[in-house]
Write a protein that binds this ligand. Sequence first.
Ligand SMILES: [Zn+2]
Length: 69
Amino acid sequence: MSKYNSAPREIKVKYPCACAACGIKLPKGLNVYYWPGTKKIYCRACGEPSFRAFLESAWDEEQYQMQYH
Ligand SMILES: [Zn+2]
């Protein structure tokens, strides 16, 4: 399932950086959300809504496929 290569995931910051949305500083070791597709890192506050939306859409698709296979 190649589309999951770009699935957002929760990671720990390996080097200090900043949130791509709000610009807050993200110190090493902080849990953040990472989007491999866009290579962007978001703090939990900014990343959470899209992360959850992604999980829900992935889940919906799984249910859909279970129904039709
Ligand atoms: Zn942010």
